[in-house]
Each structure stands twice: as structure tokens, then as C-alpha cells.
Design a protein. Structure first.
Ligand code: SIN
Length: 275
């Protein structure tokens, strides 16, 4: 197994492994690399849905999307289909976010397997490192944020479901009230502190108005998404890419239209209550 870092911020490419046939030692080595790099890319993988579920299970219990917004693979209710095709533009994910951060136990790990990719360099996905973002703040701001909480809401997913044909229309009653999580969370496996707010699901700091919260949150988002803190992935068919929602945000570039087919299978490993 060879590990090649992909940027100074986060991400590594792993070659010399077959994710559909992993032994325990290789699985453990992948976990170590994942904790170090937060985003791993495995090129040229042949991973049928059952194998993708088994691989994802190494990182936690495989979960469906709580709002069931996407179609799933026949016979595999936990494998979501992210698809853009003629007449059916895919619901965009062109916003920085950590998956489903409004859940009580937001997912730990997400895994995508690329099946169709627009051929001309479109449809990249970007990732940023929330550990480095936190470490780069002044000590005073780090101390101020530690112990604060922010409110996360699923309203954004509901609103998106109104406008896009590949996403199931959500009933507003299915969206739970906003949930508070620590602004700075401790990674359950590495013990590292990371910012845990995102511009898509975080609506305010706890006990502050949205207006009062905005300048603080904007400072954190600017620190998280500065160019040096980003890895931008250019997809190839066969790539399997996984990221750590506890320590990274991601943004899917929406620079394609429905004439440019794009299809990925997504699985998610469950996480803990952030502390
Ligand atoms: C996602 O945000 O889960 C999907 C990312 C992508 O489509 O590249």
C-alpha cells in the first residue's frame, strides 16, 4: 500500500489496495492513514454496492440518510445515488458543509464511489481541514470558542428538496428543531480539536441572534476555506473517496448542467454525539 499526500492541507491517495478484498492489517493501515489525512482517495476501484457497504462498516455502522432525500440502489437502501443526467439535474451540494450536522449523532465518515464523471474537468469536490482551521486561530479566539455551542438546522435540506427533481420532497414536519453542538469538537479517535460549524446547516451561535453570530461565524468560515486549507479533487471514474465529517467540510462544485452525466454511490458511517 502506497500513501501519497495530495496537498499541504489534507488528503492522500492510496494505491496498491483492493477495497473489495481487504485484509484486517490493510484495513487498520487505512484507518491510520485516514486519521492522519482526513480525506483518502483510492483510484481505479471496482467496488459493487455490497463491497462499498462492507468497506464503510470498518468506520462505523452504515446509515441511511435521515431525511431520505435521495434515491438508493435497488436492494441496498444504505447506498445513495447522487446523479445528474439529461432532464434530471442533480440536487447541488455547492456549499461548504459537514454532512447532516443537524443530527444528534452526525455521520462520522462519508464514502463516494465515482461511476460517471463529466469528461472535461467539471464536477470537482473540495475539502477543507477543520483541525488546521482551529489551530490557525489566535489563542484568545480559540479559548473564547471552546465551550461555546452553535445551532444546526435541517431546514436547508428541506428548502433544497423543493427545487430539485432528484431529491425527494420533504414534509416540513420531518425537519427537527435546531440542535446545539459544540463549536469546537474533540475528535473521538484522534483527540484533536476541530471547528464544527458550517455555513449550510449552522444557523447561529447558541443564545445569540443570527445577526450577532454572523461576524464570528464568518471569521471561522474564512479561516476554514482559505486556499491553503483546501484540497480540490478532480474525479476519475473508479475513484473511491472518503472524508471525515468530524474534522473536514466539503463543497461539490456545480459547474455542469444536465447534459453532463455525473453519478456516484454514497455510503455513510454513523458517528457520536459531538463533544
Ligand atoms: C456530497 O456533498 O455528499 C456530495 C459531493 C459530490 O457530489 O461531489
Amino acid at each position: 500500500m502506497q500513501i501519497t499526500p495530495l496537498s499541504g492541507a489534507l488528503g492522500a491517495e492510496i494505491t496498491g489496495v483492493d477495497l473489495a478484498n481487504l485484509d484486517a492489517a490493510t484495513g487498520a493501515a487505512i484507518k491510520d492513514a485516514f486519521h492522519e489525512h482526513l480525506v483518502l482517495v483510492f483510484p481505479d476501484q471496482d467496488v459493487p454496492p455490497a463491497a462499498q457497504v462492507s468497506f464503510t462498516e470498518l468506520f462505523g455502522p452504515v446509515e441511511p440518510h435521515p431525511l431520505k432525500t435521495r434515491a438508493t440502489v435497488d436492494g441496498f437502501p444504505h447506498v445513495l445515488i447522487i446523479e445528474n443526467k439529461p432532464g434530471k439535474p442533480g440536487a447541488p451540494n455547492d456549499y461548504w458543509h459537514s454532512d447532516i450536522s443537524h443530527a444528534e449523532m452526525p455521520p462520522a465518515v462519508s464514502v463516494l464511489h465515482a461511476l460517471k464523471i463529466p469528461g472535461d474537468g467539471r464536477g470537482d469536490t473540495m475539502f477543507c481541514n477543520m483541525v488546521k482551521a482551529f489551530d490557525g486561530l489566535s489563542e484568545t479566539l480559540r479559548d473564547t470558542l471552546t465551550g461555546m455551542r452553535a445551532l444546526h438546522s435541517g431546514q436547508a435540506t428541506y428548502k433544497r428538496s423543493l427545487g430539485h427533481s432528484d431529491a425527494r420532497r420533504i414534509n416540513p414536519d420531518e425537519v427537527k428543531p435546531p440542535r446545539a453542538h459544540p463549536v469546537v469538537r474533540t475528535h473521538p479517535e484522534t483527540g484533536r480539536a476541530a471547528l464544527f460549524v458550517n455555513p449550510h446547516f449552522t444557523i447561529s451561535l447558541e443564545d445569540m441572534t443570527a445577526e450577532e453570530s454572523k461576524p464570528v461565524l464568518d471569521v471561522l468560515y474564512a479561516a476554514a476555506t482559505k486556499h491553503e486549507n483546501i484540497y480540490r479533487h478532480k474525479w476519475r471514474v473508479g475513484d473511491v473517496l472518503m472524508w471525515d465529517n468530524r474534522a473536514a467540510m466539503h463543497y461539490a462544485c456545480y459547474d455542469y448542467d444536465d447534459t453532463m452525466p455525473r453519478k456516484l454511490h454514497r455510503t455513510t458511517a454513523g458517528g457520536d454525539v459531538p463533544v
